[in-house]
Design a protein around this ligand. Structure first.
Ligand code: GLC
Length: 671
C-alpha cells in the first residue's frame, strides 16, 4: 500500500459540534456549530468560529474505538449520537481523537420475520420514539495508533433468529490474504500499485481513494476527491486482499459527514444524506501549523447540483460487506453506526406523494450524475434501495425502538420487488402484450395500469429483443416506460435478487445474446442504446459530454466489470465473466485505465475520459479476486427471500381487489 503520509505537527484536540434540526428525534434544535475544548470540563461554545451557512468543512480525527474510558458526558445531548468531529493538527504523531457514543442496549435480535401489515403509517411515530430512547451520549478519547480493527467480542448477544450465522461466514483478514494465493500477473501488479497510489490519508490514516489519479491532469475538477460510489470497488479490493483498515476508516468518517449541515442556497436537504464525495484539505493555521479537514460535497458544488441519492445506499451495502468479509460485526453494532443506518432509511422510507413503492428521485442522482432523462423511478436506484433494505434488515438491532422500522423495511421490500418484477420486466412476450395494449382504462383492474401507449415501444426494441432472455426497463412513470437497458440496475437486480430467479437468468441470457451491443470491445455499456438526434437534444438538453455513444449516453464503463462478475458468479455463468475480464485485461493497461470508452462498440478511449480512473482499476482487481475466491463472492450477493413473497402487499381482504399481489408474487418466481 502507498506509504501513508504521516504529518508532523501537534495534534489539536478541538472538537467541532454540529447541531441540527432533528426531525428524527422529534426535538428541533437550532442549527449551529459549536466548538468545545475537550480538555475543559464543559463545552465552550464559540459561535463566532462557525456561524455562516458555508461552514461545512468538517474536521474529523477519530477512528473511533469502542469501550474506551469516557471522559466527558454532556447531559443535554440526548439522541445526538454522531454529531461531532474533531481535528487533527499535524505534528509529531500522537493522535488523539474523540468520539461520541451512546450507550448500547445489550441484547440484539436480528429480524427475519416478515409481517403482513401494509402501509404502516405508525412507522414514523415509533421511529421517533426510538430516537428518543437513545441514551445520553458519552464522549470518549482514543489513541489512533491502537489497532483499530476491534477484536473484541461484540457486547451484544446475537438473537437466535439471526438471519445469518455471523460467526461462520466472515473470513478474517489473514484468511482473506491467504486466499489470494496465486502468482500476480504484471497487469495485476500494476493495478495494485496504481490503486495504492490513489489512497487518500487523513491525519495519517487511509480513508479512501481518489476518483482519478492522473499526474498529467491539470484540471482534475472533483476527480481528486473520494467519491462514495467510486470507493466501493476499491473497498472490496482492499477487503478481499485482507486490508480492512481503510474501509473501516472510510465507513466511520463518512458516517460523521452524514450529520453535517448542508445547504444549497439556504435550503437543507434531509438529515441522513450521505455526500457524493469528500476531499481532505489542509488548512493553514497560526505559527506555521496546519490542520487537515474533511470537506464533503452533498451536491452543493457538484455540476448540476445533483442529489447523491445512491451514496447512502452504497454506504449501507459496503457496511454489510465489511462485516461479512472481515467478521468484524462490532462495527455495525455500534450505536452511532446503527443510527446512521436509520437516518438513511428514514430519508428513503418517509411518506411523500409517491404512488409506487419505488424511490422517486431527480435526474442524475446515481452513477449517471448528469441529465439523462432518468428522473422518476430509475432502475439503478431501485436495485440499490432494495439491497440496502436487505442489508439493513440483517444489520439492525431489534428492539422496541426499531421494530416498526423493520416492519416497514419488510413491507417495502415485498412491495418493491413485486412492483419491479411485475412492471419493469420485458421480454418478447411482454413486449407483444404491450404492443396490443388497450389504453385509457379507468379501473383498479386495468391491465394497462400505467396507460402506456403501444406507440411508445421503440423501433430498435422490436428488432433487438431476443427470443431468449429479457431485462428490466430503465424507468416507469405514468404513461411512460423508458425501454433503455441500464446495465448497473440490471446487474444489481441480479446480485440483490430484486429480480426473480428466472428473470435474473434471463438478464444474463440477454447480455450473452447481445454481447456485441452490451459488451463489445470493452465491458460494459452503461446503457443501451444511446439517445440520438432530437431525443438527445430534448432529453439531455444538448449535453456535449453525453453525445451519442459517449460517456453516460451509451459509453462503455470498465468499472461495471465487478458487478457483472458478481452477477455471473451468482448465476453460475463464470464463463461470461471470464470472457469480459480477459477483454479488459488486455486493453485497460495499454489505454492507461480510462474512465470510459466511446462509440457503439467501445472502440475508442472516451472523449473526455480521465486516465488512471480508480474505479476502473479497482473494478478490474475486484473482478479477478472474486473469480478466484467464489466463497468470498457468495458473501456479497443475496438469494431469493421466500418469506417476502408471503406478504400480501395489496391488502386484498381490505380493498376487495381481485388480484392479490401475494398470489402474483408467488407466481412471479415460476415465470
Ligand atoms: C462521473 C461519474 C460518476 C462518478 C464520478 C467520479 O461524474 O458519472 O458516477 O462517481 O465521475 O468518478
Amino acid at each position: 500500500m502507498k506509504s501513508i503520509n504521516f504529518m508532523t505537527m501537534k495534534p489539536c484536540c478541538r472538537v467541532l459540534i454540529s447541531r441540527k434540526i432533528s426531525p428524527f428525534l422529534g426535538i428541533p434544535l437550532p442549527k449551529s456549530h459549536q466548538f468545545f475544548a475537550p480538555n475543559s470540563s464543559a463545552f465552550q461554545f464559540n459561535q463566532s468560529l462557525h456561524t455562516a451557512p458555508k461552514t461545512r468543512i468538517v474536521n474529523l480525527q477519530s477512528i473511533l474505538k469502542k469501550n474506551q474510558q469516557p471522559f466527558f458526558a454532556p447531559s443535554s445531548t440526548r439522541g445526538q449520537s454522531r454529531i461531532f468531529s474533531s481535528s487533527c493538527l499535524c505534528g509529531k504523531l500522537s493522535h488523539r481523537g474523540l468520539y461520541v457514543i451512546a450507550r448500547v442496549a445489550s441484547v440484539r435480535n436480528y429480524s427475519t420475520s416478515v409481517e403482513t401489515r401494509v402501509n404502516d403509517k405508525n412507522f414514523e411515530r415509533i421511529y421517533v420514539q426510538g430516537g428518543l430512547n437513545v441514551k445520553p451520549l458519552v464522549v470518549e478519547k482514543i489513541d489512533l495508533d491502537e489497532n483499530i480493527v476491534s477484536n473484541e467480542e461484540p457486547n451484544v448477544k446475537v438473537g437466535e433468529d439471526s438471519l445469518d450465522d455471523k460467526s461462520s461466514d466472515g473470513l478474517s483478514s489473514v484468511e482473506a490474504v491467504k486466499n489470494v494465493g496465486r502468482e500476480e500477473s504484471e497487469v495485476d501488479k500494476e493495478a495494485w500499485r496504481l490503486l495504492e497510489n490513489a489512497v487518500v490519508s487523513y491525519c495519517g490514516s487511509p480513508v479512501g481513494t481518489l476518483a482519478a489519479n492522473d499526474p498529467n491532469d491539470k484540471l482534475p475538477l472533483n476527480y481528486d476527491q473520494v467519491f462514495i460510489r467510486d470507493f466501493v470497488p476499491s473497498a472490496l479490493a482492499f477487503l478481499l486482499k485482507g486490508d480492512s483498515e481503510i474501509v473501516r476508516n472510510f465507513l466511520l468518517h463518512t458516517l460523521q459527514l452524514q450529520s453535517w449541515e448542508k445547504t444549497v442556497d439556504c435550503y437543507s436537504p434531509g438529515q441522513g444524506l450521505m455526500p457524493a464525495s469528500f476531499k481532505v484539505r489542509t488548512v493553514p493555521l497560526d505559527e506555521n501549523k496546519s490542520e487537515e479537514v474533511l470537506d464533503p460535497d452533498f451536491g452543493e458544488s457538484a455540476i448540476g447540483r445533483v442529489a447523491p441519492v445512491d451514496s447512502g445506499l452504497w454506504w449501507i451495502i459496503l457496511l454489510r460487506a465489511y462485516g461479512k468479509i472481515t467478521g468484524d460485526y462490532a462495527l455495525q453494532e455500534r450505536v452511532d453506526v446503527q443510527t446512521g443506518i436509520k437516518l438513511i432509511l428514514n430519508l428513503c422510507l418517509s411518506d411523500g406523494f409517491d404512488m409506487f413503492p419505488s424511490l422517486l428521485v431527480t435526474d442524475g442522482s446515481c452513477m449517471i450524475d448528469r441529465r439523462m432523462g432518468i428522473h422518476g423511478h430509475p432502475l439503478e436506484i431501485q436495485a440499490l434501495f432494495y439491497s440496502a433494505l436487505r442489508c439493513s434488515r440483517e444489520m439492525l438491532r431489534v428492539d422496541d425502538g426499531s421494530k416498526n422500522l423493520i416492519r416497514a423495511i419488510n413491507n417495502r421490500l415485498s412491495a418493491l420487488s413485486f412492483h419491479i418484477r411485475e412492471y419493469y420486466w420485458v421480454d418478447m412476450k411482454k413486449i407483444n402484450e404491450i404492443y396490443r395494449y388497450k389504453t385509457e382504462e379507468y379501473s383498479t383492474e386495468a391491465t394497462n395500469k400505467f396507460n402506456i401507449y403501444p406507440e411508445q415501444i421503440p423501433h430498435w426494441l422490436m428488432d433487438w429483443i431476443p427470443e431468449k432472455g429479457g431485462y428490466l426497463i430503465g424507468n416507469l412513470q405514468p404513461a411512460h416506460m423508458d425501454f433503455r437497458f441500464f446495465t448497473l440496475g440490471n446487474l444489481w437486480s441480479i446480485v440483490s435478487s430484486l429480480g426473480t430467479p428466472k428473470q435474473n437468468e434471463a438478464i444474463l441470457n440477454l447480455i450473452e445474446a447481445k454481447w456485441d451491443d452490451l459488451v463489445g470491445l470493452m465491458p460494459l455499456k452503461i446503457c443501451y442504446p444511446a439517445l440520438e438526434s432530437e431525443e438527445w437534444r430534448i432529453i439531455t438538453g444538448s449535453d456535449p459530454k453525453n453525445t451519442p455513444w459517449s460517456y453516460h449516453n451509451g459509453g462503455s464503463w470498465p468499472t461495471l466489470l465487478w458487478q457483472f462478475t458478481l452477477a455471473c458468479m451468482k448465476m453460475g455463468r463464470t464463463d461470461l465473466a471470464k470472457k469480459a475480464v480477459d477483454l479488459a485485461e488486455t486493453r485497460l493497461p495499454a489505454d492507461r485505465w480510462p474512465e470510459y470508452y466511446d462509440t457503439r462498440y467501445g472502440k475508442f478511449v472516451g472523449k473526455q475520459a480521465r486516465l488512471y480512473q480508480t474505479w476502473t482499476i479497482a473494478g478490474y482487481l475486484t473482478s479477478k479476486m472474486l473469480l478466484e475466491n467464489p466463497e468470498m463472492a457468495s458473501l456479497l450477493f443475496w438469494e431469493e427471500d421466500y418469506d417476502l413473497l408471503e406478504i400480501c402487499v395489496c391488502a386484498l381482504s381490505k380493498s376487495g381487489r381481485k388480484k392479490c399481489s401475494r398470489g402474483a408474487a408467488k407466481s412471479q418466481i415460476l415465470v
